[in-house]
Design a protein. Structure first.
Ligand code: C2E
Ligand code: MG
Ligand code: MG
Ligand code: MG
Length: 289
């Protein structure tokens, strides 16, 4: 009896595994061609102040697949990391973003827009030639007055603290700043906050979404904001979807936000239009439901 079930079980398991492996392999193969076929797109989400001024933005990658439609980075970044393609892809992201930005600067960008964040995968960041490969790109597209920030995650720091700090210091001297993305969800030693050249903590969306139900995450946000203040770090609240969440955060002296309440990520062309439209101000935030 057990044997018979086992056989069925195995068969089912095999098929699922095979389908998963095949899907992954297809993504991996497709990704190799995605850059040269112009299938990767720079999308951008505004970061705003309490006055709804767009003070900065985050670059978020999208893959427009000819058959599968738009593919989320949640579905292909890990594939890119495991297949070793992430470095080439993120070099493209940096180059494309800076090139856009320098073209935009030829117009009269609102002077309140001062900042662009780019996500860097831990496996890319820890490559021995990370600095050597990124610096020439940064030097090729000077964007005076705009601060370029690399978003890294806490997990990067677990095994590579020494190397990470060295890399960060070199880049900091070249004008790059750093933020901790998804703060509060990863490796949670507080020691690194004081030792690394970090400027910004991005409060993870999971804490912000807890605000609506007034559940246990409210005190966590209090603590993060207080700690950031003591350590002289800026805070960006991620995933703000409602006015209630915004008000809760604003009452606690949070000053920067990123979330659907203000704006979803959009194609870089739309972002540029938004920026130019009302002098870089978002006029009508509305609850995301
Ligand atoms: P992330 O860096 O934490 O970026 C924020 C994510 O939260 C984005 O998802 C954004 O669309 C989403 N988000 C922002 N506001 C809200 C909100 O109010 N509600 C909800 N439900 N979501 C919100 P997205 O664009 O799907 O990207 C997912 C993740 O993919 C990013 O999370 C980042 O970790 C990764 N990613 C994107 N582009 C890159 C890249 O160029 N390199 C690397 N290594 N990772 C990237
Ligand atoms: Mg990010
Ligand atoms: Mg995040
Ligand atoms: Mg993330």
């Amino acid at each position: 009896r057990i044997k018979a079930e086992g056989r069925n079980g195995y068969r089912f398991f095999d098929v699922t595994m095979q389908q998963e492996a095949q899907k992954r392999w297809q993504l991996e193969e497709g990704l190799y061609k995605a850059v040269e076929r112009n299938q990767l797109e720079i999308w951008i989400q505004p970061q705003v102040s309490n006055e709804y001024v767009i003070t900065g933005a985050e670059v978020l990658l999208r893959w427009r697949h000819p058959e599968k439609g738009m593919i989320s980075p949640m579905d292909f970044i890990s594939v890119a990391e495991e297949s070793g393609q992430i470095s080439a892809i993120e070099e493209w992201v940096l180059e494309e973003s800076l090139s856009l930005l320098s073209r935009w600067q030829a117009t009269n960008l609102p002077s309140t827009f001062r900042h662009l964040s780019i996500n860097i995968s831990p496996s890319h960041f820890m490559q021995a030639d990370f600095i050597q490969r990124m610096l020439p790109i940064l030097e090729r597209y000077p964007v005076p007055g705009i601060n370029i920030e690399f978003e890294i995650t806490e997990n990067l720091l677990i095994n590579n603290f020494k190397q990470a700090i060295e890399t960060m210091q070199v880049l900091q001297e070249k004008g790059i700043s750093f933020s901790i993305d998804d703060f509060g969800t990863g490796y949670s030693s507080l020691r690194y906050l004081n030792q690394l050249p970090i400027n910004v903590l991005k409060i993870d969306r999971s804490f912000v979404s807890g605000i609506a139900n007034l559940d246990d995450d409210a005190p966590i946000i209090d603590v993060i904001l207080l700690m950031a203040k003591k350590l002289n770090l800026e805070v960006i609240a991620e995933g703000v979807e409602t006015q209630i969440q915004h008000q809760f955060l604003a009452q606690r002296e949070c000053s920067l936000y990123q979330g659907y309440y203000f704006s979803k990520p959009m194609h870089h062309r739309d972002f540029f239009n938004l920026l130019m439209q009302d002098n870089g101000v978002i006029n009508t935030p509305s609850d995301y439901v």
